[in-house]
Design a binder for this molecule. Structure first.
Ligand SMILES: N[C@@H](CCOP(=O)(O)O)C(=O)O
Length: 434
């Protein structure tokens, strides 16, 4: 299977080239030339399967022509060493809890898969010294840093906006040392993402450092995120529900939503997707009006969604042949203020005892507004509430427990390199530190 660039001005790439490069040379995002349609039998069989088996089959359909099957099965099995349960929150409404991995956020799925696939391809090429650049508004940084920690021959630079990620998130990628370098940028997530994209366009830098990306712009990061949509469907089908299913996705850089749309194209019977935005509502605005106006992100309580220029918007346009009508008939959009997010965390906790994190809360709210009679709704609970301890405690008025796996990060020393948001300073720092 070859991969083409959404900008249509770069040569087609193999899976290996797309993963190792990250971004296409024309600054476009790679897309698979075909999206395999899974046979009807697959959907009846997965009702009896666990997440790893489901993921192995989906991975084989997506990547099976380009990597030996036993190698692919090993990558999936190693990456998905945690549960992804579907939890009933109230009548007709379920949370897909994606936060039971090592860094307590959904990014563990894609980051762990990508670390293993990249390392396999790098070994195949006999390449030495690959540099992974990743921009984060909170969760990607920790998942990628932990996923790549200690991987030989790979150095990771995590760029994050100063003062705009939660305290625990920051601890998760600034305390690791070894092959992980944290870079604190005086700017927004979009500034971090722009620095990463500019670095890819710098030929000299690429020659010296063999750059790749571990954001969802990389196909090996975003496509595996489709696995858990199939797993969610299987868990619901086990309860006897397989029709009129709608899924609400907290939306920032749009990688998670795009992975769901891919799952639908592969045959997953999802009636409608819901994109839940916070005040960073460029995608919401596009869904309403057809106008796409990227703008600087603003800081919110759901910080991982603070994205003003979402990378995967181009993939969604490409997937739907640039038809606003087709996009908005498959996806409905909602947006919420911090106040609305805070009060729903409080209300749901009081009424059902279920504790939402700010991102899941946004998706829960969107689902409540969108769900019609007869529909069953799933919202993606993308991060553990304890990652946002201060905000969540403020909402519910009581202390919450921090899982041991998170608390250990808080005890270690933090190390970051502080930089302004101009490319010249970042370029110089990259060269000096490599
Ligand atoms: N929400 C993200 C922003 C980057 O998104 P990605 O899916 O492209 O890595 C974060 O938590 O950093």
């Amino acid at each position: 299977m070859n991969y083409y660039s959404t900008n249509q001005s770069a040569p087609a790439a193999t899976l290996q080239e797309a993963v190792v490069k990250g971004l296409a040379p024309d600054r476009g995002l790679y897309m698979p030339e075909e999206i395999p349609l899974l046979p009807a039998g697959f959907f009846s069989e997965i009702v009896h399967s666990g997440v790893t088996d489901i993921a192995r089959s989906v991975a084989r359909a997506l990547f099976g022509d380009d990597i030996p099957h036993d190698e692919l099965a090993r990558i999936v099995t190693d990456a998905l060493n945690f549960e992804i349960p579907l939890v009933r929150v109230e009548e007709g409404l379920y949370a897909l809890e994606l936060f039971h991995g090592p860094t307590f956020a959904f990014k563990d799925v894609g980051a762990r898969f990508m670390a293993r696939m990249l390392s396999y391809f790098v070994q195949q090429q006999g390449q030495e010294g690959v540099t992974v650049l990743v921009a984060t508004s909170g969760d990607t940084g920790s998942a990628v840093a932990n996923g790549f920690l200690g991987v030989e021959g790979i150095r990771v630079f995590v760029l994050y906006p100063s003062g705009k990620v939660s305290d625990i998130q920051e601890a998760q990628f600034t305390t690791l040392g070894r092959n992980i370098v944290a870079v604190e940028i005086d700017g927004t997530f979009d500034d971090c993402q722009a620095l990463v994209k500019s670095a890819f366009m710098d030929e000299e830098l690429n020659r010296q450092l063999n750059l790749t990306s571990a954001n969802s712009i990389n196909v090996a990061r975003f496509l595996p995120q489709s696995f858990y949509y199939f797993h969610a469907f299987a868990q619901l089908a086990r309860l006897g529900i397989s029709r009129e299913v709608i899924i609400s996705v907290p939306s920032g850089n749009l990688g998670n939503l795009t992975a769901g749309l891919f799952a639908k194209r592969m045959g997953l019977p999802i009636k409608r997707f819901i994109a839940a935005n916070n005040r960073n509502d460029v995608f919401w605005e596009y869904l309403q009006s057809g106008r796409y106006l990227p703008r600087p992100s603003v800081q919110t309580i759901a910080n991982a969604m603070d994205v003003g220029s979402p990378s995967n918007f181009d993939r969604i346009l490409d997937l739907y042949s640039y038809s606003h009508e087709a996009i908005s008939s498959d996806i409905s959009g909602y947006r919420f203020s911090d106040g609305e997010i805070e009060s729903v965390i409080k209300r749901v906790h009081k009424e059902s005892g279920y504790l939402l994190d700010p991102h899941g809360a946004c998706a829960y709210l969107a689902l409540k507004e969108s769900k019609r009679a007869g529909e069953t709704g799933i919202f993606l609970a993308t991060a553990h509430p304890a990652k946002f301890k201060e905000s969540v405690e403020r909402c519910i008025g009581e202390e919450i427990e921090i899982p041991e796996g998170l608390a250990t990060f808080m005890k270690k020393n933090r190390e970051t390199i502080q930089l302004p948001s101009d490319f010249g300073s970042f370029r110089k720092a990259l060269i000096n530190l490599s």
